[in-house]
Design a protein around this ligand. Sequence first.
Ligand code: GDP
Length: 295
Amino acid sequence: MFSNLSDKLDKAFHVLKGHGKITEINVAETLKEVRRALLDADVNFKIAKDFTAKVKDKAMGQDVLTTLQPGQLMVKLVKDELTELMGGDVAGINLSGAPTVILMSGLQGSGKTTFSGKLANYLQTKKGKKPLLVACDIYRPAAIQQLYVVGDSIGVEVYSEPENKNPVEIAQNAIKHAKANGFNVVIVDTAGRLAVDEEMMNEIERVHKAIQPQETLFVVDSMTGQDAVNTAKTFNDRLNFDGVILTKLDGDTRGGAALSIKSVVNKPIKFVGTGEKMEAIDVFYPDRMAERILG
Ligand code: GDP
């Protein structure tokens, strides 16, 4: 994960680490390399520029040139700034409501259905909840089938109405079913398209408005870099979602989505997906991720 970015940052600090005496030129050179590493990781230009400007200000404020271990101090400043960039504190999931309603949004192939299952499994095994999965994709019968396979594998009931072509009704009926049958979390998996289109956005907006979820989560494939960030912006403009789920972090993603998404939509990354199995879900900790990036 992020191996290219880690390597490049490591090289950037090499200049400072090797020197007993540091000059302002060394610091500037290091920050230039840091910026280049971020751009190579597909971080948006402005974000990368602001990032290094902030680190520079802090470095000067702490007088990095006169400290005994300027290399280490710079690594720490970059780590703190990376943590901040990815959201600072860990963001929890809101489990209020009776039942808690969670709406999943995102493009087809982003990992929505897989993540719906992972989240249900996590809430069932780690939080003692009784979740219900809801198949709200009215276009692809295969998607409904896929949710049943996922539900079966974790022992979670799936609600669907294959004949009903109204996703708002399906979601509302599912919540009624949950209330009547003792489910305390309802996870609504919605239809996704391969690209953002008006019809899909209208549909999910209608479902969102009708069921008023406690959590609206936007699922995005971390391999898609800046595209991920642009899609996040479009969904956020329409849904004002509560958090981001970054999937496929087990692949060697360059890191751009993880690093840019928070600054663009100002919503926290809540969980990450790290594989195809139901257990491959992690709460997102910005500081741990920063540490991992810096090796
Ligand atoms: P949806 O169309 O948004 O519901 O996406 P799916 O849940 O069907 O996922 C699309 C593909 O990505 C499937 O082959 C999943 O197994 C795979 N997938 C989902 N999440 C992850 C992940 O975190 N890591 C990896 N490696 N694959 C994932």
